[in-house]
Structure formats: C-alpha cells, structure tokens
Write a protein of this length. Sequence first.
Length: 143
Amino acid sequence: MRQGKKLTLASIAVGAIALAGIAPAAASGASYTGTFPDGGTVSFKTVTRHAKIVRVKEFAWSDVPVTCKQGDSTYDGNLPVSLRVTNRAFSIQALGTDLTQYVSGHFSKRGNRANGTLNVFGILGLGETGCATGKLSWSAVRR
C-alpha cells in the first residue's frame, strides 16, 4: 500500500509540473513603449488569452511635463494595479488622498499599437503642490 501512495504522489507531481509548463502559454502577453508629443515616455505590458488582450499591467510613465505652483517640472509615475481590457479599451480613475490619475487607452484592431490619454493632478511630492499635467495624449507600439 505504501508503494501505491508513492506512485500516486509521483503522478500528481508530474501532472503539476506539466500544468505549470502549459500555464504560461495559455496567458502570454507583450510589452509596449511609446511617447507623449510634448516629451516623456510610456510603457506597459499586456496579458493575452486566446489571442485576445485581456489586461494591461505595469502601466508607467516618465519625464512627463507637469506644471506646479512652484514651477514647471517633469513627473514619473505608475499605476499599482492592472486594468481590464474590454473591446480593446482600458481606463482608470485612480484617486489618492492628494493625487488623482486618469489613464485611458485603446488598442488597434491587430493589437500592435495603442494610444490614449494621461491626466494627473494634485500633490506630487515634497513641496510640489497644485500640480497638473493637463490631458496628455500618448501613443505606443508593441515591442
């Protein structure tokens, strides 16, 4: 009886390893990078299931122009959550205590390009108050 248990546990272990090898293929994705017309970059990754983009994750931007009460500067930021993609589109209004971030985007039919908007306003950091990017357009391509 003890040998039967070992065989069963071994079979389960082999099955788990096989499933682990299949799982990444079922949920793959791509990386996108792009720019804002007035300066700055945008990047994010996607999760794809059955050849369809279903989520955007790790959405980030850097060197985006921003105007604060203290003067003009640039801003780096990211979204700490992934976004659901519906009809090739995604959006979020991320509300913080002192900062609001609006992000929206739309993928091309083939999914090789995306474009959207970013609008951030509030307190960005120590001493940077009354800051706003305004509604900025971005475009990105799959890498």
